[in-house]
Design a protein around this ligand. Structure first.
Ligand SMILES: Cc1cc2nc3c(=O)[nH]c(=O)nc-3n(C[C@H](O)[C@H](O)[C@H](O)COP(=O)(O)OP(=O)(O)OC[C@H]3O[C@@H](n4cnc5c(N)ncnc54)[C@H](O)[C@@H]3O)c2cc1C
Length: 510
C-alpha cells in the first residue's frame, strides 16, 4: 500500500467533495482514501483566509488505519495488590487513575463534589439564582475545573505529544468530536465535556474502579515517611499510595498539606481581570467581516512585555462564550470563561492578566501561607464590593484613563455588573502593567479598548509549587504524590491530564 502526505488549502466553507477534488488534482487518480492529519485556519491576510489541511492519502485501497495510528502509550500491566487513592476527579486525577487502573492497580477516586449530573444542577442554580454551593461549583465537582469550561484542548507544554494523543483519543472514545484529533486549536465545549466526563466515569467503574463522591479529603495521618491513612468527611481510608490531584482552587487542602509537612515553594502566576467584547467586534478585527462561513468564531491571543518587566497577556480566550463566577468558596469572587461547542454566543471573553511572582507582589520573600492569605483577601474584596457575585466592571478605555465608567451595557455574565474603579482594586504594579498591555492590545486588535473589564482573574495557575521527585512523589514522603495544576507543574486541561498520565506510567513501571 502506498501513502502520501499532501498539504492543501481550501476555502473556509469547503465540503468533502472539495477535498477529494483537490487530491484528485494533485494525484491524477480517482482511487484513493484519505484522513485529515491536521487542520488549521490561516487568517493572516484578511482578504485571503483559508483552511490549511495536512492529509494522509492512501492510494489504491481503503485507508489503512494501522498506518495512521500513532505509537500507543506504553502502559506496563501486571497484577498488583497495591491500592491507590486518587483525590480529585479533574483531568489530572482522572487520567492518573485511569492509567494506573490500566497498569493493574486497584484505584479509588475521591471527589469532594458530586457526579457531573448533580453538579450541573448546582451550576444552573448559581447562574439563575446566584445560589452558591461550596461542594459543586465551577471549581469543584466531578470532572474538576475543566468541565464547565471552554474546553480548549491546546497546550503549550513541550514533550507531551504521546500523552496528548492518548488523552484526546480517550476523549473521543468517550464522546468528544473526532476533529479534536487533528484540529490545530482543538475545542470540545462544556456541553460535550459533561458527556465525556460521565462516560469516562462509567468506563472506570466498569473496569473495577471505585468512585467516592461527596467525599472530601480533610487530613492525612503521617507515620515516618508514609501517609498511613487519609481522613475524609466520611471517615478514614487506608491506601498503599495516596495521590493528590486537587487543583489550584482547593486552598483548604493546600493549608492542611502545609500543616502536615508537605513542602511547597512559591512560583510565578498571574492576576488581572476578564475582558469581554462582542464576538462581532472580534470577528471584524480578525477577519475584516462579522462572520465567516465554515468557521465558528474568531480567536485571539495577545501578549506584551511592559516597561516594568511584568508580562501582560490574554489568557483562556472563549470565543462565543460566557463569563462565569468561578470562586470555589463562599463570599469570594473570581471570574473565568466557558463556552459551548458551537461557540455561537454573542460575546467573547478572555483573561487579561499580568504574570508576577508572589515575592514581587507582596514586596518580600513570602511563604506559601502568606500568598494564600493574600489571595483569599483579594478575592474577598471583590465579593465585598457588591456584597454579592455581581461583578465590579469598567470599560477598558476608562480603565486606561483611570476613571469610572458611567454605564455598562449588556454582558454574558448572568449575575450582573456594577461600574467600579477596577484599577484601584488590584495592586498598583499590576494595574500599571495591565494599562500598558491594554494600550498595546488596542493597537494590535482594533476595538480592543471597547471591551469591558470585569472581576478578578486569579486562578490562571497556581502561585505554589510542591517539592516533588520522580513520578510526582512529594519530597520527604514514600507514598504521597501530587499531580496536575495544583502541584504547580501543569496548567490547563491537557497539560494537567498529561502530568497525571506521565506520573502514572513512571509509577507503574518502577
Ligand atoms: C471556568 C473555567 C474554564 C477553563 N477553561 C479552560 C480551557 O478552556 N482549557 C484549558 O486547558 N483549561 C481551562 N481551565 C483550566 C483547567 O480547568 C484546569 O487547568 C484543569 O482542570 C486542572 O486540572 P486538575 O485535574 O489539575 O485540577 P482540577 O480540574 O481543578 O480538579 C481538582 C479536583 O479535585 C477536587 N478536590 C479538591 N480538593 C479536594 C479534596 N480535599 N477532597 C476531594 N476532592 C477534592 C475538586 O472538586 C476537583 O474536582 C478552565 C478553568 C475554569 C475554572
Amino acid at each position: 500500500m502506498s501513502h502520501r502526505t499532501l498539504q492543501i488549502k481550501l476555502p473556509t466553507n469547503f465540503s468533502d467533495e472539495d477535498v477529494r477534488q483537490a487530491i484528485r488534482k494533485q494525484l491524477g487518480s480517482e482511487d484513493f482514501s484519505f484522513q485529515i492529519e491536521k487542520k488549521s485556519l490561516d487568517a493572516r491576510k484578511k482578504n485571503n483566509i483559508y483552511w490549511q489541511l495536512s492529509l494522509i492519502v492512501s492510494l489504491g485501497q481503503l485507508y489503512d488505519k494501522a498506518y495512521a495510528a500513532p505509537e500507543p502509550l506504553e502502559i506496563f500491566y501486571k497484577k498488583r495488590k497495591e491500592k491507590v487513592i486518587v483525590t480529585g476527579s479533574g483531568p489530572a486525577g482522572f487520567f492518573i487513575a485511569h492509567v494506573l487502573q490500566l497498569a493493574g492497580y486497584h484505584v479509588t477516586i475521591l471527589e469532594r463534589g458530586s457526579k457531573v449530573e448533580e453538579r450541573s444542577k448546582a451550576i444552573n442554580r448559581l447562574g439563575s439564582k446566584g445560589e452558591f454551593s461550596a461542594q459543586n461549583n465551577y471549581a469543584f465537582g466531578e470532572g474538576g475545573a475543566g468541565t464547565f469550561s471552554d474546553g480548549k484542548l491546546t497546550s503549550r507544554s513541550k514533550h507531551i505529544s504521546a500523552e496528548r494523543r492518548f488523552i484526546l483519543s480517550e476523549y473521543v472514545k468517550a464522546g468528544a468530536p473526532e476533529e479534536i484529533l487533528y484540529m490545530a486549536h482543538p475545542h470540545v465545549g462544556t456541553d460535550n465535556l459533561k458527556v465525556v466526563v460521565a462516560n469516562l466515569r462509567k468506563q472506570f467503574l466498569e473496569n473495577g474502579g471505585l468512585f467516592l463522591f461527596d467525599t472530601k479529603l480533610e487530613d492525612i495521618k503521617v507515620k515516618g515517611k508514609r501517609v498511613n491513612k487519609i481522613v475524609c468527611n466520611t471517615g478514614e481510608i487506608e491506601a498503599d499510595h495516596v495521590v493528590l490531584a486537587t487543583g489550584n482552587s482547593a486552598y483548604d487542602t493546600y493549608r492542611m498539606l502545609i500543616n502536615r509537612g508537605v513542602q511547597f515553594g512559591t512560583k510565578n502566576f498571574a492576576i488581572g481581570h476578564r475582558i469581554e467584547h462582542t464576538q462581532k467586534l472580534i470577528n471584524m478585527a480578525q477577519w475584516g467581516r462579522e462572520s465567516l462561513p465554515g468557521v465558528k468564531a474568531a480567536e485571539y491571543r495577545l501578549t506584551t512585555k511592559t516597561r516594568s518587566g511584568l508580562p501582560v497577556y490574554t489568557f483562556c480566550m472563549c470565543p462565543g462564550g460566557q463569563v462565569v463566577p468561578a470562586a470555589a468558596y463562599e463570599q469570594k469572587s473570581v471570574v473565568n470563561g466557558m463556552s459551548y461547542y458551537m461557540r455561537d454566543g454573542i460575546f467573547s471573553n478572555a483573561g487579561c492578566v499580568a504574570g508576577v511572582h508572589p515575592d514581587v507582589l507582596l514586596g518580600h520573600k513570602c511563604t506559601s501561607i502568606e500568598i494564600l492569605d493574600w489571595m483569599d483577601k483579594l478575592e474577598e474584596g471583590y465579593y465585598a464590593f457588591s456584597d454579592s457575585l455581581v461583578l465590579p466592571a469598567i470599560r477598558a478605555y476608562d480603565y486606561m484613563k483611570m476613571k469610572e465608567s458611567k454605564k455598562i451595557d449588556r454582558s454574558s455574565y448572568l449575575l450582573g455588573l456594577q461600574p467600579a474603579p477596577l484599577y484601584d482594586m488590584i495592586p498598583e504594579m499590576v494595574r500599571k502593567a495591565i494599562i500598558e498591555g491594554l494600550e498595546d492590545f488596542s493597537r494590535k486588535l482594533k476595538g480592543f479598548d471597547l471591551g469591558v473589564l470585569m472581576g478578578l482573574e486569579s486562578k490562571t495557575s497556581s502561585p505554589l509549587q510542591v517539592a516533588r521527585e520522580k513520578y510526582g512523589k512529594c519530597t520527604g514522603f514514600d507514598n504521597l504524590y501530587f499531580v496536575g495544576e495544583g502541584s504547580g507543574y501543569a496548567g490547563g486541561i491537557i497539560s494537567s491530564a498529561a502530568d497525571g498520565v506521565r506520573c502514572a506510567i513512571a509509577l507503574s513501571s518502577k
